[in-house]
Design a protein around this ligand. Structure first.
Ligand code: K7E
Ligand code: CUA
Length: 675
């Protein structure tokens, strides 16, 4: 860089920092910022920049992402954790990892799936009933959906799907814990179908790969078209608990296409939903011994168009009550009924589509075709007109009407190679990730939505990403009023961005400044994600979240009520009943009461532990050597174990959380006398 320019820019930087400090001092009323405008600050910054080889741009970006010690991020990102099966909580703009929420995979820090009843119960309830005896201990989290009220994130709950299986988890955002996993009936896998309706009446999930119907039956792939089916599942949300209630849920049978990304209608399109698909060719692969010439990827890419499913879910909810057929515990609307009742239509979408995203106004649906350099934008008003006029170009092989492409398409924008997912700002812009072109394209939507003087359906600018972006997200991006400041690119490759740690590279999250939607987009920071491959994420304003500090004394985290096994300090006891030993234990800094447990080999042990503290962050752990048990007892929490004392010996138990100066002394003995 030109040295003179560098110094000039650095000087401007120092003035900016000095100005910020002066403002801080004026507002704060103390004199902590007193050295702000002086020469020493200038010299300090200059020296740091020189020493670290930072440009003025670098320093500006550092300031844009900086959150000082002790201060909070204004936004919280709820991120899928991919193969980790977990959900990540990340502050924005600092991109600091705040928590890994245990969801589909046992998580030791929170004692999820290591003997305590919270995790064991949730994980066990999430096992599918078909096939019988299935025990799953991992998931592949892809698409989170934060609950909404009036089309705005409301910070009550988050839902996330398991890509590997037909399952979804519900996370309570008061304590950021998973409270329910549901195996979705009639879905073997799931993918991008997860969204909530604008008032969180339902959380939607759809199948990814079709499965032989009825669920649990077998059919060879030669019967793919006749026997295999997909499903659109509308899971009713209990408004008091956020849990899914299967009794009031319903499903719609879909053709054996690969149902993909989906989104809820909102405002003008409220009551409707859109699910993309690929492989309407119904190809099944067959390379190798099956002797077919094409892999699935080629077979599924033959047609120029696949179909966007258009669903009137509000009407479907009514139809399900009278015409839904009970199918594995949920009411199912079959394809024929869906067509007769006008619940289901198809729209051609070009070239192996992936994303299907509804803009904040609800009017435009943006689809990215992986093998097409264009995004295709549909107009909900035109869709309604076409349905009313029965403007169909035919039906598919299952009798579902196909709306005339030219009648419902509002515009196409050539953005670049490999468009996938789209997010929005409030100014009428879409931002589409381009996997192949390695970047994000910003373009305008159609009339009534564009708030600038830019022409509709026009490419405005692109920004490179490093590398091969999958999803992207804007702050409050799926709501009816996105914020126009932060965007994060979720990149699949990071080849040369971080110090090497062997052949497996981290994912790369890149923070981008949208500048009020006015642009130009500006890259601020890179953040490595080293525990799985996130797919989608959402960003919510931090002040919409109402996380609790403490559990009320003796809380069962599954019910959030006082546990029947809770005790207060002084009520600890041990009871033997035949070969069952039941213990009511307390944990407080820095001891357990009782701290010696005597049982006989083969006894059943029922251990109820209450953390009797009401001090923020006074969490205790509980682990017993050689019993593979670990619990995290947050202040006020009661946790229960039930197990057989099958290993005779003198076993140490201890607190796994460094809770006090005498934390190492917070331990005891579990004595299992041999028979
Ligand atoms: Cu595109 Cu699972 Cu949303 Cu990955 S999916 S990128
Ligand atoms: Cu309690 Cu360490």
């Amino acid at each position: 860089m030109n040295r003179r320019f560098y110094l000039k820019a650095l000087g401007a930087m120092v003035l900016l920092v000095g100005g910020l400090l002066a403002i801080g001092a004026a507002c704060g009323g103390d004199d902590k910022g007193g050295t702000g405008n002086g020469g020493s600050g200038n010299a300090d910054l200059d020296a740091i920049a020189q020493e670290r080889g930072l440009t003025p741009e670098d320093m500006k970006h550092a300031l844009q992402a900086y959150v000082p010690p002790g201060q909070y991020d204004p936004y919280i990102m709820i991120a899928s954790g991919g193969q980790s099966g977990q959900v990540l909580v990340i502050g924005v703009p600092s991109m600091r990892l705040l928590k890994v929420i245990a969801a589909f995979t046992p998580e030791p820090w929170q004692g999820y799936g290591y003997g305590a009843d919270w995790g064991n119960t949730v994980l066990a309830e999430g096992n599918p009933s078909i096939p019988e005896g299935t025990e799953l201990t991992w998931g592949d989290t892809h698409h989170p959906a934060i609950s909404e009220t009036g089309g705005e994130y409301d910070g009550r709950w988050a839902y996330i799907n398991d890509r590997a299986n037909g399952r979804m988890a519900m996370i309570d955002l008061t304590d950021f814990r998973t409270k329910q996993i549901v195996a979705v009936p009639n879905a073997e896998t799931s993918h991008g179908g997860m969204f909530v309706t604008p008032d969180s009446e339902y959380v939607h999930i759809s199948s990814k790969f079709p499965m032989p119907w009825p669920a649990g039956s077998y059919a060879d792939l030669s019967e793919y078209q006749e026997k295999y089916r997909g499903v659109s599942a509308w899971m009713k949300i209990d408004q008091a608990t956020g849990r899914v209630n299967l009794d009031d849920s319903f499903e719609i049978e879909l053709p054996p296409y690969n149902q993909d990304l989906a989104d809820s209608g909102k405002l003008v399109s409220a009551g409707w939903a859109f699910i993309g698909s690929w492989n309407t060719e119904m190809a099944t692969g067959g390379l190798g011994p099956d002797g077919k010439p094409n892999p699935l990827e080629a077979g599924a890419s033959q047609n120029n168009f696949d179909y966007l499913h258009v669903i009137n879910w509000e009407k479907a909810a009514e139809v399900a009550k009278t015409k839904g057929v009970d199918t594995n515990g949920v009411k199912m609307i079959n394809i024929q009924t869906a067509v007769e009742e006008g619940l289901l239509y198809l729209i051609p979408e070009p070239k192996s589509p992936h994303g299907a995203d509804v803009d904040p106004s609800g009017r435009y649906i943006v689809v990215g075709g992986k093998l097409d350099p264009n995004v295709t934008i549909y107009d909900f008003n035109k869709i309604q007109d076409a349905i009313a006029a029965e403007d169909f170009e035919g039906t598919d092989s299952f009798g579902i009407p196909i709306l005339n492409f030219d009648s419902v398409m509002a515009g196409q924008v050539e953005v670049g190679a490999g468009p996938l997912h789209t997010q929005f700002d409030s100014q009428g812009h879409g931002y589409t990730s381009m996997f192949l072109a390695n970047g994000i394209a910003k373009f305008t939507l159609g009339e009534d939505v564009v708030k600038t003087d830019e022409a509709p359906f026009t490419l405005i600018e692109t920004i490179p990403t490093n590398y091969n972006i999958g999803h992207l997200v804007t702050a409050e991006g799926d709501t009816v009023s996105p914020d126009d400041n932060y965007m994060v690119a979720l990149n699949k490759w990071s080849i040369d961005r971080y110090a090497p740690q062997g052949p497996l590279h981290p994912q790369n999250f890149q923070l981008i400044d949208l500048k009020g939607g006015k642009g130009p987009m500006e890259l601020i920071s890179d953040t490595p994600i080293g525990l799985g491959e996130p797919h989608y994420v959402q960003i919510i304003k931090a002040d919409k979240l109402h996380a609790i500090d403490l559990y009320k004394p003796g809380t069962d985290v599954l019910t959030m009520q006082r546990s029947e096994f809770a005790i207060d300090a002084g009520q600890e006891k041990v009871e033997r009943n035949g070969t069952t030993v039941e213990v009511w234990m307390s944990a407080t800094r820095s001891h357990y009461t009782p701290d010696i447990l005597r049982v006989k080999e083969g006894d059943t042990v029922k251990l109820h532990i209450t953390n009797t503290e009401q001090t923020r962050d006074a969490t205790h752990g509980f682990a017993i050597a050689n019993y593979n048990m670990q619990a995290s007892l947050d202040p006020g929490e009661t946790s229960n174990f039930e197990f057989i004392a099958d290993k005779p010996g003198a076993w140490n138990f201890y607190c796994t959380e460094f809770c006090s100066a005498l934390h190492l002394e917070m331990a005891g003995w579990f004595l299992v006398e041999p028979q």
